[in-house]
Design a protein around this ligand. Structure first.
Ligand SMILES: *Cc1c(COP(=O)(O)O)cnc(C)c1O
Length: 406
């Protein structure tokens, strides 16, 4: 592989990995990933993997994107973190870029999607104190995912999460996605906001319908309730528009971004319209928030997404991937495919997802990285710069695997 930079790679011994000092929080294969370039990852044995996970839809420009590396290096030489008590140039430039491209007026940078969502929840509750007699309840959705802090776990509709670290943070009511009536039933005097993922990612790549999103905006306006879109996974070009809410004729009050906005580095954002931006000094902050190094990378990412033709290509490649997955579904009598842009799922009709994920990774000579957020489906979230040839190669590899489990 030709790296666009010259980081010396330390050869790791290809023997068993001694990982006992790493806290056990998930089952990991005995592999150490050592290098990445574009749609490819390399492990400590030198085996290559076609990466359709990209750090969970995080590396929107693939691995080792030259523009991001240049931005990171240039900023690191200049200024890394002057402290959140001061403005810095990249923080201001990225805020301007995001507000120019959206219906929002103010940006608060965070370090993870969960932290951005915590900020959104706090902002909505503060707004409720000021403008809605202390209304604080937020309606979220079954099977939604908003993060792993206590409040965002409570906001999430993942089965089992209500008891995992009980007691929950109170004030989150769950409605059914794409069912406006179920939201209507839960709206009351204590409701301050509705929080929704335009495409439920972890829930299994379930897009919201236009009628639902536009109905939700009308309903929330009618009841003077805020609309929060969690675009941590669906934002930043993933669905073929810079922001997923732009597929609908709506203007939300609050939006959160994460994952793609940093292209792989820890960066997230909370955006709000002027009338909702009601934090006062002391309400919100954080040591690393808006640091120059990460926001400089964010500028490079957003500028590359906005380059002429880039998002049109995401749309075209999303359609290509969709057609290819439909072909596989027909060929193997599966239940079909769904998604938006380059966030897609193949519905298997059987709980063979986790097995396919393992087989895909472990096959030789080259592996394939995909995931299975629900056992009956596979999810695909490649680099937005993925090539047609890589999409074809991925589908070819998948065909071989489906033949094996068939
Ligand atoms: C991943 C994700 C989050 C959490 O982001 P972290 O950076 O892991 O905290 C929140 N919301 C959605 C929709 C996500 O996909």
């Amino acid at each position: 592989m030709n790296k666009p930079h010259d980081i010396p790679s330390t050869p790791l011994s290809p023997t068993a990995v001694d990982s006992h000092s790493v806290m056990f929080i998930t089952q990991r294969p005995e592999l150490v990933m050592t290098e990445g370039l574009g749609s490819w990852l390399v492990d400590h044995n030198g085996k290559r993997y076609l990466d359709f996970l990209q750090g969970w839809a995080v590396n929107c420009l693939g691995h080792s994107n030259p523009g991001m590396i240049a931005a990171m290096n240039a900023q690191a030489r200049k200024l890394i973190n002057p402290s959140p008590a001061f403005y810095n140039e990249p923080m201001i430039r990225l805020s301007n870029l995001l507000t120019e491209q959206s219906c929002f007026n103010r940006v608060f940078f965070a370090n993870s999607g969960a932290e951005a969502n915590e900020g959104a929840i706090k902002l909505a509750r503060k707004w409720g104190q000021l403008h809605k007699s202390g209304a604080h309840e937020i309606i979220t959705f079954e099977h939604s995912f908003h993060g792993r802090t206590l409040a965002t776990m409570s906001a999430s509709g993942k089965p089992g999460w209500d008891t995992m670290f009980a007691p929950q943070v109170p004030g989150f009511l769950k409605a059914e996605l794409n069912d406006l009536e179920s939201v209507k039933k839960l709206i009351g005097p204590k409701t301050v906001a509705v929080m929704v993922e335009p495409v439920q990612g972890e829930g299994g790549v379930i897009p919201t319908t236009t009628a639902f999103m536009e109905g939700l905006r009308a309903l929330t306006q009618e009841h003077k309730v805020l609309l929060i879109v969690d675009e941590v996974q669906a934002g930043c070009g993933r669905t073929g528009k810079l922001f997923a809410y732009q597929h609908y004729n709506i203007k939300p009050d609050i939006m959160t971004l994460g994952k793609g906005i940093g292209g792989g580095v820890p960066l997230a954002a909370l955006l709000a319209t002027e009338s909702v931006s009601c934090f006062v000094p002391g309400d919100q902050g954080g040591t690393y928030n808006g640091n120059a190094l990460m926001t400089a990378v964010g500028i490079s990412v957003i500028e590359q997404l906005l380059a002429p033709g880039f998002l049109d290509e995401v749309v075209r490649k999303g359609e290509l991937l969709s057609r290819e997955l439909q072909t596989l579904a027909t060929e193997f009598n599966l239940e079909g495919e769904r998604g938006k842009g380059l966030l897609r799922a193949l519905m298997l009709g059987k709980d063979v997802g986790p097995k396919l994920v393992e087989m895909a990774r472990d096959q030789g000579p080259e592996g394939l990285l995909i995931n299975s957020p629900r056992p009956n489906l596979l999810r695909f979230m490649p680099s937005l710069a993925v090539t047609d040839a890589e999409i074809a190669q991925m589908c070819g590899m998948l065909r071989g695997l489906l033949q094996q489990v068939h």
